[in-house]
Write a protein that binds this ligand. Structure first.
Ligand SMILES: Cc1cc2nc3c(=O)[nH]c(=O)nc-3n(C[C@H](O)[C@H](O)[C@H](O)COP(=O)(O)O)c2cc1C
Length: 174
C-alpha cells in the first residue's frame, strides 16, 4: 500500500465504548413512504473526523447509490447495508420534518440546498454536519442528488439543537 495515500480506516476508529453506558431511548419513527421503524437514540455525539467530507448520492427516489468511506464510518452501517436503502436510514428523530421538506422542494426545483443535519448512527449515537445538497444533471435532466457535508461548529450545533427543538414543538402542535 502506498503510505502517501491516507488510509481513512487507519486514522479513524469508532469508539469501542458500548452505548449501554448512556441513557437510551427507543423511538418509533414513521417515514414518508409509510415505513415504520424502531430506532435507538442515546444522545451521545460521535466526534466528526476532522478535515473529512462526508458524501453520499441518492437516486430520484432518495435511495442511496453511493456513500464514501467517512459516511460509512460515521453511520456505523456497512456499505452493503446502505446501498439501495432510503436515506432516512440515518434520520434522527430530533430532525424536524420541515427541514427535509424544504430540502426536497429546493433540490426538486433544480436548486442547491444548504443546512444543518443531525444524523443517527446504527448504534444510537449521532453526528452533526453542515450539508450542501445538489441536483446532478445529465443531458439537461436531473438524474440524482449528491450531499457533501462538512464539520459543523460547536456554536452552530448548540444553536441548531435549540432551533430544531422549537420547530419540533411547532410540528407536534400541528
Ligand atoms: C442527497 C441527499 C442526501 C440526504 N442526506 C440525508 C441525511 O444525511 N440524513 C437524513 O436524515 N436525511 C437525508 N436526506 C433526506 C432523506 O431523503 C429524507 O427526506 C429524510 O431522512 C426524512 O425522511 P422521512 O421524512 O421519510 O423520515 C437526504 C436526501 C438527499 C436527496
Amino acid at each position: 500500500m502506498n503510505n502517501a495515500i491516507h488510509s481513512f480506516s487507519r486514522l479513524f476508529k469508532r469508539p469501542k465504548e458500548q452505548p449501554q453506558t448512556y441513557k437510551q431511548k427507543i423511538h418509533d419513527v414513521i417515514h414518508y413512504d409509510g415505513v415504520k421503524r424502531r430506532v435507538l437514540v442515546t444522545q451521545k455525539a460521535l466526534p466528526y473526523p476532522a478535515g473529512e467530507l462526508v458524501i453520499s448520492r441518492v437516486d430520484l427516489n432518495g435511495l442511496i447509490t453511493f456513500a464514501n468511506e467517512s459516511f460509512v464510518y460515521l453511520s456505523g452501517y456497512s456499505l452493503a447495508e446502505l446501498i439501495g436503502k432510503p436515506h432516512y436510514v440515518v434520520r434522527h428523530p430530533d430532525m424536524p420534518k420541515m427541514v427535509f421538506k424544504s430540502m426536497w422542494a429546493t433540490i426538486q426545483a433544480g436548486k442547491k440546498w444548504r443546512g444543518y443535519i443531525k444524523n443517527l448512527c446504527k448504534d444510537g449515537t449521532h453526528y452533526w454536519v453542515y450539508a450542501t445538497v445538489i441536483p446532478n444533471y445529465r443531458g439537461g435532466k436531473v438524474v440524482s442528488y449528491t450531499s457533501v457535508r462538512r464539520q459543523a461548529s460547536a456554536a452552530k450545533i448548540s444553536q441548531m439543537e435549540a432551533d430544531y427543538q422549537v420547530m419540533r414543538e411547532k410540528e407536534a402542535r400541528q
